[in-house]
Design a protein around this ligand. Structure first.
Ligand code: XMP
Length: 517
């Protein structure tokens, strides 16, 4: 089909439950093309309504040969737009077009080198041999009529086939993951050489669309949201404020576990960027009272989570009624692989605000739930949030409580605040802050002997931790310059009474975690 004959608006991704579906969407956004993820149950009319330039069938955990495995609900190959099937999607194409698929004995994953056997637009300007991330459970026994093999792996596995005259392409490997050396080129080839997409996705177009969606969903109802001053909740609140300003009630809870000057800074930031008036709840006494005498890490988290819910519920009663609750959940916050619209919907959310009760009578709005952190930062910039804010390091919901192993004493919180501030100010001053994912200090439940002037000291030890990471799921310790560590260490010991020893944490995740508790 020639470019001029079609007016598209999006790439439709049919989600068969792959853990990588959101990654496909992200790769498409990287090319500035708009995409929509639909359930495989979507009808032809629903798919057509999205004005697709092309359709991608995602991978999925099932085998197409299993009874009850998700099938294509609609004959997408009859729509006259290009189709790309990935992994499970490949087998669906093979089956639906009349080929035979059988179950392989074992499902395999991993690096494989494939060899391109013939010219194909999908591999345009990529090498004949290339490294891909393969996953295969089913095997195509007989190709459907009209299809040709394009690539095979060194081990003889069918890696790609196509019917280019109908614009139908199928890949056994995952072009959306980084391990596939030319994955981005392959996706680009599909978008621009096959589908002739016009790049129009941007933070701006995302914001405009979300504003329209939020207005439509919310109508004239009121929306409650919790803000913490972190990137995600700030961006979410700004977005909602733009959409339905007067109907939004942002609540900021001081849990007594925040960093130095954090309350004032967050209040000031939100006052500058929101038209909605901030509700501030100082619950620090309540949190610290409930935490008194508790040393077990999990117990502390539970108490903090429960206290947050109590405070938040009280505020929602006071300020209510509300029909909606907005949350700044991001895609990677969803810890377990989940399929947003597809069949494998085991959903476990990791809520920044510390976990809200399931029985609150709200409908949930999560406008950022499909974005990755760096995309949220871009959106924040578009909404006019200052650079310092959008680049802010993550800070855990339970705050400094997870950075003081054991019981939490008020004096210890004050001491840790001072140390943390010196470390962070140092990183900012030396231009190192943006080079790390997260940096903080941990107050250790340890005293050690030191000497200051002519006297022996017996004081606390602190650990400094700085990590590099892409998404917080894995992390490496940051190789901060020795001179910097030396400077900061001296400054902390000189300025914070009660501390005589500084150690630097050189553990990566795994096997450690980023936080100490
Ligand atoms: P870990 O310590 O598990 O942390 O390697 C990974 C990332 O998550 C943050 N973190 C939390 N964030 N509530 C949060 O909102 C929590 O309970 C929590 N625990 C850890 C942590 O700071 C890091 O960025």
């Amino acid at each position: 089909m020639r470019k001029s004959e079609r007016k598209g608006e999006s790439i439709v991704i049919l989600d068969f439950g792959s853990q990588y579906t959101q990654l496909i969407a992200r790769r498409i956004r990287e090319e500035r093309v708009f995409s929509v993820i639909l359930s495989p149950k979507a009808s032809l009319e629903e798919i057509r309504a999205e004005k697709p330039w092309g359709i991608i069938l995602s991978g999925g955990p099932a085998s197409v040969t299993d009874k009850g495995s998700p099938q294509l609900n609609a004959d997408v190959m009859s729509l006259g737009v290009p189709v790309l099937g990935i992994c499970y999607g490949l087998h669906l194409i093979a089956r639906q077009a009349g080929g035979d698929v059988e179950k392989a004995d074992q499902r395999e994953y991993g690096h494989t080198v494939i060899e391109i056997g013939r010219d194909s637009v999908i591999f345009h300007e990529t090498p004949r041999e290339q490294r891909v991330w393969m996953s295969h459970g089913d095997r195509v026994k007989r190709l459907p009529d009209g299809f040709e093999v394009v690539a095979t792996s060194r081990g003889g596995i069918l890696a790609a086939f196509e019917d280019s005259s109908r614009g139908i392409f199928a890949l056994q490997f995952h072009p959306e993951v980084y391990h596939t050396a030319y994955g981005a080129d392959i996706i680009r080839n599909f978008l621009f050489h096959v589908c002739h997409c016009e790049p129009s996705w941007s933070s701006g177009s995302f914001v405009e669309r979300e504003i329209a969606k939020i207005r439509e969903t919310v109508g004239s109802e009121r929306v409650l949201c919790a803000v913490s001053g972190g990137v995600d909740s700030s961006v979410m609140a700004c977005l909602l404020d733009r959409a339905i300003g007067g109907q939004l009630v942002p609540v900021f809870v001081d849990n007594g576990l925040l960093r130095m000057h954090e309350v004032e800074e967050v209040k000031e930031l939100l006052a500058q960027h929101l038209t909605a008036e901030l509700v501030f709840a100082d619950a620090s006494e309540e949190f610290l009272k409930r935490l008194a005498g508790v040393s077990d890490a999990e117990e502390k988290r539970k108490i903090i989570g429960k206290c947050f819910i109590d405070v938040f519920e009280e505020q929602s009663r006071k300020q209510g009624p509300f029909a909606f609750l907005a949350q700044g959940t991001l895609y990677p916050d969803v810890i377990e692989s989940r399929s947003t619209v597809g069949p494998s919907a085991t959903i476990k959310s990791h809520h920044n605000v510390g976990g809200l009760p399931a029985d609150l009578n709200f409908r949930l709005i999560e406008p950022l739930a499909l974005l990755f952190k760096d995309e949220v930062r871009e959106v924040g910039r578009y909404l006019g949030l200052p650079d310092r804010q959008v680049k802010r390091h993550p800070f855990p919901g339970p705050g400094l409580a997870v950075r003081i192993p054991g019981e939490i004493a008020r004096e210890d919180l004050d001491l840790l605040r001072k140390v943390d501030r010196i470390f962070i100010d140092g990183l900012l001053r030396e231009g190192l802050y943006d080079s790390v994912w997260q940096a903080f200090a941990v107050l250790l439940p340890v005293r050690s002997v030191g000497v200051m002037g002519d006297s022996r000291t017996y004081q606390r030890a602190v650990a400094l931790r700085a990590v590099t990471s892409l998404d917080g799921m894995t992390a490496d310790w940051a190789k901060l310059p020795y001179e910097f560590l030396q400077q900061v260490s001296a400054e902390i010991v000189n300025k914070v009474p009660g501390v005589n020893r500084i150690v630097y944490d050189i553990s990566s995740k795994p096997p450690s975690t980023i936080e100490w508790e």
